[in-house]
Design a protein around this ligand. Structure first.
Ligand SMILES: Cc1cc2nc3c(=O)[nH]c(=O)nc-3n(C[C@H](O)[C@H](O)[C@H](O)COP(=O)(O)OP(=O)(O)OC[C@H]3O[C@@H](n4cnc5c(N)ncnc54)[C@H](O)[C@@H]3O)c2cc1C
Length: 514
């Protein structure tokens, strides 16, 4: 039986009956009499014109006189994704997403779905003139059911908006560490919250999804209704449909304590030792989290705690013993998830960004080897004074994170996390100049190969690749393991029989690439 909590929520969104049937009352609006143009550019132009005819000013194009929205839409987080799409459509309801998908399939136009555009992989939430974007930022409804503790959150919301709104009601939800990133891309990519060891991944907090499928029908899923789709969406990304609403489990207001300090980079050996020692202690303290973010000119260490103890948490003792602190950038603060996200979030200048991630077991010698490889590659790049910054971040995950997702009574996620202590190390290259693309990507590729080999040689490389930090060429879905790959393939075939999200979607970690 479906839980009464979700039943109530699905009913309140107007589709109670649909929770039990394959088809929704939101019938797709048909678009008849269209002959499919030959080239991608012509198809995009045809889709743009139909969208304009249907939705008027909520379809923004390059020739639009209102340049403000256009500028915002063409400049997502990484300038590698500043691509000129044929049109940006901003739906205000699931029914409008359905109509847009109907237009897209009739015209066979390429498309991308965007929540906030923070993913730096070109083509994931951006297209060139040969495609259109469904931009979800106006789907920003939020409602809270005090009886069930479940928050219904539209796919256009950011974590900052959700945290602030929920905290006004004395509630918290485990989401991203940066206030401007989208709930949608984060959750669909698994999503690593600030306190991942406490309650698992971002996707583990979801109790239900509202999804518009490729055939235009709107359906709901949960642990009881379409459990296959529900589980696949928890990490399986944009393979199945456009998620329009997330039903999130909330908890009583979470108090947090945090501090971020800068350390001298030449003390890296002690910093790595302290990071490993702290990680080991975290295995018995799920309230603790940290990050060690290594740059050429400094190392930033953030110590985060899911409570406000009077005494310094014992788990961070190894960091307190370091003698190379240069300056505290965020002094010890008692706050909440929203103040934490504001404090550690940064708004760097617009720039090009490319990232990748590798998951390894926790080992001091491996970390030292990775640091040496990073130093060697960094030495081949322009100096940081010219705006080039290749940095890496140690992100500790304990066995509890995998257990929390598996044991929360919702059937688990599609990520295939191993129940071991692990580091989701993220490498980010930020640089200002277009002309550096080829050389810089080659440096990142070298770094990737060498770090991977170092972990493999020692038998410490894990298959899992966290989707939210991955480069578009990484084998993210296979990293979830055979069973989950099978689930994702089956669910994509079952709920998107025509393969709309495989054939027409611009990019993403998609089944078509397996
Ligand atoms: C400063 C910064 C801090 C970050 N911190 C964290 C962190 O703490 N933890 C973490 O795990 N990640 C973090 N990330 C990574 C971030 O979670 C990913 O880049 C994520 O993809 C961003 O989601 P979005 O909704 O903002 O992005 P978008 O770029 O809009 O979307 C990302 C992907 O999701 C798809 N998508 C978006 N919405 C939908 C939808 N409704 N239905 C179907 N598909 C959809 C898009 O098509 C695209 O493939 C951070 C990124 C930045 C830039």
């Amino acid at each position: 039986m479906m839980s009464s909590a979700l039943l109530k929520l699905f009913r309140s969104t107007g589709s109670y009956l649909l929770a039990f049937s394959r088809h929704s009352i939101f019938r797709p609006h048909s678009v008849r009499g269209i002959s499919v143009p030959k080239t991608d550019h012509e198809r995009a132009a045809a889709a743009r014109d139909l969208l304009k005819a249907a939705f008027g000013e909520r379809v923004i194009t390059a020739d639009d006189p209102t340049s403000g929205p256009m500028v915002a839409l063409t400049t997502p987080w990484s300038t590698t994704c500043h691509l000129p799409s044929a049109a940006y459509f901003q739906p205000v309801s699931a029914a409008e997403v359905s109509t847009a998908l109907s237009i897209i399939t009739k015209t066979q136009c390429k498309f991308a779905v965007r929540a906030t555009g923070h993913n730096p992989n070109p083509g994931f939430s951006s297209t060139r003139e040969d495609g259109v974007i469904i931009d979800l930022q106006l789907l920003n409804d939020k409602s809270f059911d005090p009886e069930t503790g479940i928050a219904s959150v539209g796919a256009g919301n950011t974590w900052g908006e959700v945290y602030t709104w929920l905290e006004g009601k004395g509630r918290s939800v485990m989401g991203g560490r940066y206030e401007e990133i989208g709930v949608a891309g984060f959750v669909l990519g698994g999503g690593m919250p600030g306190f991942v060891n406490l309650r698992g991944m971002g996707c583990d907090q979801v109790r239900g999804f509202e999804v518009v499928l490729g055939d235009g029908h709107t359906v709901h899923c949960s642990a009881e209704v379409r459990p296959d789709l529900y589980r696949a969406l928890k990490g399986g990304g944009s393979n199945f449909g456009v998620v329009t609403t997330f039903y999130l489990q909330t908890y009583p207001l979470l108090k947090t304590q945090y501090t971020v300090s800068l350390y001298k980079p030449d003390d890296y050996a002690n910093i790595i030792e302290a990071s490993v020692a702290t990680h080991k202690q975290m295995e018995t303290d799920d309230q603790a989290a940290y990050f060690t973010n290594v740059h050429r000119d400094f190392v930033a260490i953030g110590q985060l705690y899911a409570d406000t103890p009077e005494e310094e948490p014992k788990v961070f003792e190894p960091f307190r013993k370091l003698e190379s602190m240069m300056a505290p950038v965020v002094p010890k603060t008692d706050g909440t998830l929203s103040t934490l996200a504001q404090a550690i979030g940064h708004r760097p200048p617009k720039g090009k960004r490319t990232i990748f991630t590798l998951s390894t077991k926790v080992d001091k010698d491996l970390y030292l080897a990775i640091h040496q490889i990073w130093q060697d590659v960094t030495a081949t790049l322009p100096p940081s004074s010219e705006g080039t910054d290749l940095h890496y971040t140690i992100q500790p995950v304990t066995a509890s994170a995998a257990r929390a997702g598996r044991d929360n009574g919702t059937g688990g996620n599609a990520l295939g996390l191993q129940e071991v202590s692990q580091n989701w190390c993220v490498f980010t290259l930020e640089y200002p100049r277009d002309g550096d693309d080829v050389v810089h990507q080659a440096a990142m590729d070298r770094l990737y190969e060498q770090v991977k080999a170092a972990a493999e040689e020692r038998g410490l490389l894990l298959d899992f690749v966290c989707p939210t930090f991955a480069d578009k060429r990484q084998d993210v879905l296979r990293g979830f393991g055979e069973e989950n790959v099978g689930l994702i393939k089956d669910v994509a075939a079952k709920y998107d029989g025509e393969g709309v999200f495989q054939k027409l979607q611009y990019g993403g970690f998609l089944v078509r690439d397996l």
